[in-house]
Design a protein around this ligand. Structure first.
Ligand SMILES: Cc1cc2nc3c(=O)[nH]c(=O)nc-3n(C[C@H](O)[C@H](O)[C@H](O)COP(=O)(O)OP(=O)(O)OC[C@H]3O[C@@H](n4cnc5c(N)ncnc54)[C@H](O)[C@@H]3O)c2cc1C
Length: 378
């Protein structure tokens, strides 16, 4: 393999390049990315709170980037992948023997509401800068739509910044699909215990305001005043540029358990990849930092081997920081939840999930040591 093109230069793309060089690939390495490599998790946490700057969230220093001896096309968007190679927005086509797809995901927006001032999503640094600027203009009422991890973290940051915050969640219990109903309810309490109003089980029906948003209309007829709205309503994989590539795409690039597409010269990693998870027995998009950092090791080994010789079989792990507390989860949630350490009411505990008495998952709030011990037992 003489040339490898990596498309997407964030966490999964950068790690892929490092893996390629680390495994002895000494050919031409082409890096194509709409943005420079930076870390996303701080965007909804310390960056929003003003505790870290743009420089602090770079994923690699200039020396590390230079050490890759790569050809960089930053600020360049791949428009097409075809037989002749990757075509960029300026018409340049880069032919390669191997391709790593690492284009991640984009935030879902709220349809027509996106045209109202004061309505935000949070995925990119530009989004975070815009949100931070708008918050600094001192809106008093912030409405967060969606009580998933991004929504919860934004609500927490806005509250810590002194805003009045309402979180609206369409499901009866926040985070239930990920953590189960019992632990999801505990996460819901984190909002209410920190003077954030949590409204669950009601969808958003629309928005009020012309020019700038003034309120959110709920499905039950209520109207919640809003000076600023943040939608944390999930993502969709960045796959538009793959239309016509011949690759199978269905809520992500479909890959096997080794992150390889039906074409062994093309692998996909990180949030854009919907891989066959051996532990779950179905295809999933991991959408977590750890998976985006670990999948490249597997994908690149397979790309260089020309076939799937190794699989990604790690238990999903993620963390979240809300209201000064650290939440951690690994594995799979079930209905059989047991509190193994700590005190749920004090929001410092470890819970384990079981199926037929076999440990399947661990969730913890502010208990990193026991969490790590139990995670190893998974
Ligand atoms: C605000 C926020 C907070 C988060 N917090 C946590 C957390 O606390 N814990 C956790 O586990 N995970 C967290 N995550 C998730 C984690 O950041 C992602 O899983 C991770 O960033 C995925 O990395 P990736 O490289 O696959 O995709 P991305 O980070 O999305 O990177 C994809 C890159 O590809 C570029 N790109 C897209 N299309 C094209 C194209 N056509 N041509 C060229 N370039 C393109 C994009 O601009 C982007 O730079 C958070 C995510 C966000 C947004």
């Amino acid at each position: 393999m003489r040339t490898v093109a990596v498309v997407g230069t964030s966490l999964a793309g950068l790690r892929s390049a490092q893996e390629l060089r680390g495994r002895g690939f000494d050919g031409r390495l082409v890096m194509i990315g709409a943005e420079p490599p930076y870390d996303r998790p701080p965007l909804s946490k310390d960056f929003l709170l003003g505790r870290v700057s743009v420089d602090d969230i770079a994923l690699a220093g200039q020396d590390d980037l230079d050490a890759l001896a790569a050809e960089w096309h930053l600020g360049a968007r791949a428009e097409k992948l075809g037989r002749e190679g990757v075509t960029l927005g300026d018409g340049t086509t880069i032919a390669a023997d191997g391709y790593v797809i690492a284009t991640g995901a984009v935030a879902r927006n709220l349809g027509a509401a996106r045209n109202l001032d004061g309505v935000h999503t949070l995925r990119t640094l530009d989004d975070a800068v815009a949100l931070k600027r708008d918050l600094a203009a001192a809106p008093s009422s912030v409405v967060v739509i969606g009580a998933g991890f991004i929504g919860a973290e934004v609500a927490s940051a806005c509250r810590l910044l002194g805003h009045e915050v309402t979180v609206i969640e369409a499901m009866p219990v926040p985070l239930a699909p990920v953590l189960g109903a019992r632990m999801g309810a505990v996460c819901g309490e984190l909002h209410t215990e920190n003077d954030v109003r949590l409204i669950t089980g009601v969808p958003v029906a629309g928005f009020t305001g012309t020019g700038r948003v003034t309120g959110v209309r709920l499905g039950d007829g209520r109207e919640i005043r809003a000076d600023l709205v943040v939608a944390g309503v999930g993502t969709r994989p960045a796959t538009e540029w793959l239309t016509g590539s011949g690759l199978a795409v269905d809520d992500g690039v479909l890959v096997d358990s080794g992150c390889v597409t039906a074409n062994p010269r093309v692998v996909a990693v990180g949030d854009v990849a919907r891989y066959r998870c051996p532990l779950r027995g179905r295809r999933v998009r991991a959408e977590h930092w750890t998976a985006a950092g670990e999948q490249p090791g597997v994908a690149v080994a397979n790309l260089l081997a020309g076939s799937t010789v190794t699989r990604f079989a790690r238990h999903g792990y993620f963390w979240s920081d809300q209201y000064g507390r650290r939440l951690q989860f690994a594995g799979v949630a079930t209905e059989d939840v047991r509190i193994t350490e700590g005190d749920v009411a004090a929001k410092r505990f470890v819970a384990t999930y079981h199926r037929d008495d076999v440990l399947t998952g661990v969730f913890a709030i502010d208990s990193p040591r026991p969490f790590t011990r139990l995670r190893r037992a998974l």
